[in-house]
Design a protein around this ligand. Structure first.
Ligand SMILES: NC(=O)c1ccc[n+]([C@@H]2O[C@H](COP(=O)([O-])OP(=O)(O)OC[C@H]3O[C@@H](n4cnc5c(N)ncnc54)[C@H](OP(=O)(O)O)[C@@H]3O)[C@@H](O)[C@H]2O)c1
Length: 342
């Protein structure tokens, strides 16, 4: 135990104060994903919802009541009563709440996209590191049982050198008043959906070196469809995302000795097929439970208990690489948000 403590001190990490204790979560925002998170928290051991704050009191109160938590009248008061903050507002406000949480000494799990551009994300990462606090973007797929099993399987029985990732998702049933259509809130298919595809590409192919995007903007000024060809350190990615076509794609990971297909709805992965060039086929079937957000939250709680400040799975570098792709795609589409000043 002493050795661990010394090693932690040498690495400049804090000694955890959470060993064995229940982690008290707070949520900022009281919309759709906030409710799903609160629900999934019931499936995370050693964690409970302690409080909610949102800029409108009624939805915050309703959410808190539904999950036996307290609705706070003031964001700082929420921060004073929790160990970790889950940011469930729209992305234009994620940095604001994250920076305030870090200033109050709280760990942050922030919904995707963690920020609307690399500059804002870097600010959040810098603040978290300076305060030596845990900060992770809530990118759920890598924590699902299927994705973990897939990784393990490919280490034991690889498909050769991986050189292509093809993935997409487009949903035509998004209501017109959905915040994804809001230019003011940093909406658009790229940030809402494309960030998942960017994750998959970065995860298997490394950093993006060149991004070429074709797409179109809709009536509200946000991107409603985009198709990306991305050259990465270790291969090429073909990605798409949209808000006006129905294309709930699967994902393909291609290697020199085989392919992996993750079934439709790949961002909530539950089934995959690995097909080897020698004719073998391996079916992976790993249903998820608890809604899915519980896996990333459980991982975050483990890190918090261990006194870590960064996830080895969803690292700050991976988040930066993801948003770099979206930044480049938005540049190609000439899409800037009104609040982006440079
Ligand atoms: N991981 C996933 O599976 C997943 C799924 C869906 C969404 N998301 C992400 O979750 C975030 C929220 O999406 P949602 O679908 O939950 O949206 P939503 O239902 O519209 O809820 C957004 C919540 O954030 C609040 N909010 C919005 N902008 C704010 C601001 N500038 N300052 C303070 N509060 C603000 C809203 O408050 P008001 O009611 O006062 O407007 C509302 O409580 C987005 O970043 C989205 O990308 C993740």
């Amino acid at each position: 135990m002493l050795r661990v403590t010394i090693l932690r001190r040498e690495r400049g990490l804090a000694e955890s104060k959470f060993t064995g204790e229940t982690i008290r979560w707070g949520i900022v925002g009281a919309g759709r994903i906030a409710r799903r998170f609160a629900d999934s928290l019931k499936h995370v051991e050693g964690a409970r919802l302690a409080g909610v704050w949102s800029r409108r009191a009624d939805p915050a109160q309703a959410l808190a009541d539904a999950f036996g938590a307290r609705a706070f009248a003031d964001f700082d008061e929420l921060l004073a009563n929790i160990d970790a903050l889950y940011i469930a507002t729209m992305q234009d406000s994620h940095p604001h709440y994250a920076l305030r949480a870090f200033a109050a000494g709280r760990a942050v799990l922030c919904e995707k996209p963690a920020a609307v551009n690399a500059r804002s994300l870097q600010e959040m990462i810098d603040a978290a590191r300076e305060a030596r606090l845990l900060f992770m973007e809530a990118m759920k797929p890598p924590f699902y049982p299927l994705y973990r099993r897939l990784r393990e399987h490919l280490v034991r029985d690889p498909i050769g050198e991986i050189g292509l990732v093809r993935a997409g998702c487009s949903a035509s049933n998004v209501p017109p008043d959905h915040p994804s259509f809001s230019l003011e809130m940093g909406g658009g298919a790229l940030l809402d959906i494309g960030i998942y595809e960017a994750f998959l590409a970065v995860d298997w192919l490394g950093e993006a070196l060149d991004v070429q995007t074709i797409g179109r903007l809709g009536a509200t000024g946000v991107d409603v469809f985009a198709s990306l060809n991305v050259r990465h350190e270790r291969g090429i990615a073909q990605l798409f995302c949209g808000l006006d076509l129905q294309g709930r794609g699967d994902a393909l990971i291609a290697g020199t000795r085989g392919t992996v297909t993750i079934d439709e709805g790949w961002w909530n992965p539950a089934r995959a097929t690995i097909a080897y060039t020698d004719g073998r086929k391996v079916e992976l079937d790993e249903p998820f439970s608890g809604g899915g957000l519980n896996y990333e939250t459980a991982h975050f709680c483990e890190l918090l208990r261990a006194g870590e400040i960064e996830s080895p799975v969803m690292s700050h570098a991976v988040s930066m690489r993801m948003i770099a792709i979206i930044d480049a795609a938005r540049r190609d589409l000439n899409l800037r948000f009104p609040f982006e000043t440079d």
